[in-house]
Write a protein that binds this ligand. Sequence first.
Ligand code: UDP
Length: 195
Amino acid sequence: KDSINILGVRIDCVNFRKAKEKCLEFLNSSSPHIVFTPNVEMIMLAQKDEKFKKILNSSDLNVPDGIGVVWASKYFDEKLFERVTGFDLMMALMPELERHKKRVFLLGAKPSVAEKAKENLLKTFKNLSICGTHHGYFSQEENEKVIELINSSKADVVFVAMGMKKQEEWIYKNKKKLNCKLIMGVGGSLDVLSG
Ligand code: UDP
């Protein structure tokens, strides 16, 4: 089985290595691919919100974020994988993005947090091309400007850290307008990176 279904949410049967491999594959494809990292909270939220459930299931890859999802999966027949958190996956991709000269855009968190995260990332990944940043508190009116900023930056990857639900909804709504290869929801990761 390639995936299991936990209360209506598809979780792909990937371990960490496989998840990373898939992301690298997406990077070399010709169209945008979406990676979500459902945790138990998100799955519970999807129980009350059909639209959110549909959005979660529309991704190209859903990794089991958190031990709760791995634990829940024990109730299914298939032997399960390890947890793959959005933060860990994002960090594991960084050296590859650096090596393959891919362009990274950081979207989300409060003003100046993404810039600080960029600064910190560049300390470790000196040749990483972070082609742009933007905070995650923009209005519907400002949305087109943000899309334009991302597209004109020629980003290959957009990490979206606007918190669960909000980031998935934003990605779902805007994926067709984005010219990048990989879009990943990473929750509060920019706060962690900026610290
Ligand atoms: N965030 C954002 N825009 C918003 C709401 C939140 O960029 O409109 C950011 C917030 O600054 C934080 C991250 O999303 O960096 C995670 O937020 P929160 O902890 O509320 O979300 P959760 O932990 O539920 O994913």
